[in-house]
Design a protein around this ligand. Structure first.
Ligand SMILES: [Zn+2]
Ligand SMILES: [Zn+2]
Length: 292
């Protein structure tokens, strides 16, 4: 089941395994024609992504970002689409967030050392490449060092929120992230909300974020089954949010992972997102035939 649109993906600039160019070529081969690159807290992959997108005459790239925040007991991720990624103040804010991310990753590596599961910081950095160091890179270093058999085992045993090597980090509140994304003219979408729904924290959060100017919610995501999609669609409707979606492709493998475009996202809400961007005057921040 393929969609010509995919609004959520990661490259080597955050925690994906493909460069922006390889990611876009893969998406294009899969039939995707409208895509957003949404690396975690970083926009530095966008110039390469725009170059790659420009090599396909029929491909539209939306500049995006994914920002992490939390509510008690759960992570909340927000996507920003059509952001003014070159804005100085925004980029400084991201740089500060990245510094705290780096400090946090170092602390997790120290904890692993204390737990008798040492990994070399250099290896963690190498796995991160040009991107922001994060838990997936520590997980890969744990696999390489032979402490665990897989990335998912690394999370299960050490790196999950309840794991012994987990370290909290400084974050913005969800509403502050929406406001930050809006401040650079972006359209904000709540990412992968299933865990929040199951924890009972989704509806109050949607009420708060819809008020703050949230545009959409991911409804079509990775392995979400039809009944989950239906529940989320209904909720999106109640809060007047666009039912959007994406593969969240990282290239890391795993049972939930979907290839770019391999989600049942229909074009109707995507068209509505594009016309909303047009009416806000930010559609031109995307490049390609759908941005005209
Ligand atoms: Zn996420
Ligand atoms: Zn993501």
């Amino acid at each position: 089941m393929g969609s010509p649109a995919d609004l959520h993906s990661h490259s080597t600039f955050s925690d994906g395994r493909l460069t922006p160019a390889d990611l876009i070529d893969l998406a294009h081969r899969n039939g995707v024609r409208i895509m957003a690159l949404t690396d975690h807290d970083i926009v530095d992959g966008l110039p390469q992504a725009f170059d790659a997108a420009g090599r396909h005459g029929d491909f539209t790239l939306i500049p995006g970002i994914e920002m992490s925040t939390d509510v008690p007991g759960n992570e909340v991720h927000l996507l920003g689409h059509f952001i003014d990624w070159q804005d100085e103040t925004f980029r400084e804010r991201l740089a500060r967030l990245q510094e705290s991310r780096l400090g946090r990753a170092r602390k997790m590596v120290e904890k692993l050392q204390e737990l008798g599961k040492p990994v070399a910081w250099e290896r963690v950095e190498a796995f991160a490449g040009e991107g922001a160091v994060g838990r997936p890179h520590i997980a890969l270093a744990l696999v390489e060092a032979g402490h665990v058999a897989s990335v998912s085992q690394a999370f299960d045993l050490y790196l999950s929120r309840t794991g012994p090597a987990y370290v909290e980090r400084d974050r913005l509140a969800p509403k502050e992230v929406v406001e930050l994304l809006l401040s650079v003219g972006g359209l904000a979408t709540l990412a992968h909300p299933r865990d929040l729904r199951e924890a009972g924290s989704l509806e109050p959060l949607l009420a708060e974020l819809a008020d703050a100017g949230l545009t959409g919610m991911e409804v079509y995501y990775q392995d979400y089954p039809p009944e989950e999609i239906e529940r989320l669609r209904t909720l999106a409707g109640r809060f007047a949010l666009l039912p959007l979606g994406g593969s969240d492709f990282h290239g890391l493998g795993g049972p939930q992972q979907r290839e770019p475009g391999n989600i049942p996202l229909t074009m109707e809400p995507v068209e509505r997102l594009l016309s909303l961007a047009r009416s806000k005057g930010v559609l031109g921040r995307a490049r390609g035939p759908a941005a005209k």
